[in-house]
Design a binder for this molecule. Structure first.
Ligand code: S6P
Length: 628
């Protein structure tokens, strides 16, 4: 593929042939050759796929669809009701893996904002696997609906009104299903909101243990409650992921955008100091997206540096303050289930450690102090350290600059004045790569600075149909300068965080693609660590080996159990047991694929992969031999 721009011809729900494979699990035609292009082209391909978030995917309802905007507005109203009486109510955001991590980030960000306004916090988060899952993968926890309901019960104790936002990108996580089911049984207390990115008909149809229904059935009940506006389903279709099924990418970004829009509008709704509508906020994120990917060449260089470190069995480290540090930690944690990475391959550190947690403690060293003590003394020439943001640059331990490692600095400049001081500081430091992304204009909402008179005029023009942008409904409302500054700063933070997410996702994804962890656009070294990943692994083996589903399952089980003849106990065992067995075995999916393609016994496939661990290379060799 000649970079991505070029494959934008698809973007339809080309899907027709794909039957009912959920959108979030489909292979994206835009990235089908992502494993064969240059690092810069990888970034351009990611850009092409991310554009679908904003431009929509075929004829499906995307962000700008009126039905989606309507639902957003209804959820905003429910949230703003709760915000008014935080002693009685709260907003709970819950999810598994990336979705749970974004739940935490959102509640942290908006509680902080409420505190800065002298108001009571009202956001709570739940992540399956608890707080340790914020930085390490605890994928199996998402398969337990009872645990989900139990956690929800604990979190809402004493609350009479709860907006519950259950995030599951694939409309599949049993943990969230258990919570939605609990909400549906008490609609006087709960307003359940389901957030995901598949058509509702594609919600998972396998029965969930301990719930005796499928996710699809829960969705049907949600639909019923939605008719009376007692529940809401928010599922814009944003197209398949650039690496099939890697929902930390586009789906994660869309989750972040939606949660932030809902929360921002929910808490500013009452005073309406800005009255930014959802479409204008979406536009902000779209502008940030364009700003980030304008630097595709530099993003490619960053991914190349990361790849070189990992190829040399060394490490990539992200350092940042606040949410930037947290997003680095999150990106690092997701490489383990996605690419079979080890805990040490990529690590993130946050200045001052993780804050904004509920009472459950965290058991790992994640602060930049830990980095200074444990990592700096061990850095070598093949390690890469990336510093994110001016604030981190000011605070970084100066010893880092005398270490032999590679260093990069990424900044999302948000105000012109800091940029010149920053330039001096950067010039005096010793960096191998510096990336400056100017996101000022993206988060600059002109009417924040407009005099009241202009706002009144704009409102009049809007009511006469002249203007399409939202303006304050009642421009007489005087917003205090203080609130304006705080809102402006909040929007800037959100824009920076979005830029950070795109940057770290493209760095780690680009690195692992170059390392051969992706074949075409399939993650061939995925860890089989929960039901969703078990079924995905079956699908990958089926697609690459071009075989029937039953055969792919049998190959996968042979690989998991290390045998060529499966016993009755093994074939009839349930998925949970397969997952437990798989957790003790390396390269489960690559082994199954080699067995399927080379028609060889499991031991031979394993030794082939010992000699050539890069499955993509093995597959490409195999492909060229077959063709010649
Ligand atoms: C995806 C990530 C996973 C998912 C988790 C929840 O890249 O590795 O941890 O976030 O499985 O998925 P979902 O579809 O319920 O949001």
């Amino acid at each position: 593929m000649d970079c991505a721009q070029d494959s934008r011809q698809s973007g339809t729900e080309s899907g027709t042939v794909v039957g009912e494979v959920p959108v979030t699990e489909l292979s994206n035609p835009l990235s089908i050759d992502i494993d064969t292009v240059s690092p810069e082209c990888i970034a351009k391909t990611l850009h092409a796929c991310d554009k679908e978030i904003f431009e929509g995917w075929g004829t499906s309802a995307g962000f700008h669809d009126t039905s989606i905007i309507d639902t957003i507005n209804k959820v905003v109203t429910a949230i703003s009701d709760v915000v008014q009486t935080p002693s009685k109510g709260c907003v709970v955001i819950s999810g598994c893996g990336t979705s749970g991590r974004l739940a935490y980030l959102t509640s942290r960000r908006f509680n902080k904002f409420l505190r800065s306004q002298g108001k009571e916090e009202c956001f709570k988060y739940i992540i399956s696997g608890d707080n340790d899952a914020l930085y390490s993968s605890v994928e199996l926890a998402e398969d337990d609906p009872r645990e989900g309901a139990k956690r929800l019960k604990e979190v809402v104790e004493g609350k009479a009104r709860v907006v519950f936002i259950g995030v599951t990108c694939g409309l599949s996580a049993p943990f969230v299903a258990g919570q939605l089911d609990m909400c549906l049984s008490d609609l006087d207390t709960f307003t359940p909101v389901l957030l995901g990115f598949n058509h509702t008909r594609q919600a998972r149809k396998t029965e969930m243990k301990h719930l005796n229904k499928t996710f699809h059935e829960v969705v049907k009940e949600m639909r019923k409650a939605e008719q009376e506006e007692k529940a809401f389903i928010l599922n814009p279709i944003v197209g398949p992921e650039p690496v099939a099924g890697s929902s930390r990418m586009k789906s994660g970004t869309t989750t972040k955008i939606l949660l932030e829009i809902l929360s921002f509008l929910g808490i500013t709704h009452l005073e309406s100091p800005l009255c930014l509508g959802a479409p204008r906020l979406v536009q902000m994120y779209q502008d940030v997206c364009e700003t980030v990917y304008r630097q595709a060449e530099s993003l490619g260089s960053l991914a190349f540096m990361a790849k070189e470190s990992l190829r040399n069995h060394r490490h990539l480290y992200y350092l940042g303050c606040g949410a930037l540090g947290l997003l680095g930690i999150i990106d690092a944690s997701e490489c383990r289930p996605t690419y079979g990475a080890s805990f040490d391959d990529i690590r993130g550190f946050v200045y001052g450690g993780i804050d904004g947690l509920d009472s459950r403690p965290i058991s790992s060293a994640l602060s930049t102090d830990d980095f200074d003590k444990e990592i700096i003394p061990k850095l070598d020439a093949n390690d890469t350290v990336i510093i994110f943001g001016e604030e981190m640059l000011q605070r970084v331990n100066q010893r880092l600059f005398s270490c032999p490692c590679k260093r990069a600095f990424v900044t999302f400049i948000t105000d012109k004045e800091t940029s010149s001081t920053l330039r001096d500081k950067v010039n005096n430091s010793n960096f191998d790569l510096v990336i400056t992304m100017d996101i000022c204009s993206a988060s600059d909402f002109p009417w924040l600075h407009e005099p009241q008179e202009t706002l009144n005029k704009q409102r009049d023009r809007k009511s006469s149909g002249e203007m399409s942008l939202p303006v304050p409904p009642n421009a007489q409302t005087q917003t205090s300068e203080n609130t304006e500054i705080q809102l402006k700063s909040l929007l800037t933070q959100l824009a920076r965080e979005a830029a950070m997410k795109w940057t770290v996702n493209s760095t780690s994804t680009g690195a692992y693609i170059q390392l051969g962890k992706v074949y075409r656009n399939l993650m061939v070294d995925v860890r089989v660590s929960n039901a969703k990943l078990f079924y995905r692994a079956c699908g990958i083996v089926k697609d690459i080996c071009n075989i029937e589903e039953a055969d792919s399952r049998s190959l996968l089980l042979r690989s998991i159990y290390g045998t060529d003849i499966l016993s009755d106990a093994q074939t009839s065992s349930n998925t949970v047991n397969h997952i437990i067995a798989a957790s003790e075995t390396d390269k489960v999916v690559p082994t199954a694929i080699v067995m399927g393609l080379c028609h060889c016994p499991v031991q031979q496939a394993r030794s082939l992969l010992d000699t050539q661990p890069n499955l993509s290379a093995v597959l490409k060799d195999f492909q060229s031999q077959t063709l010649s």
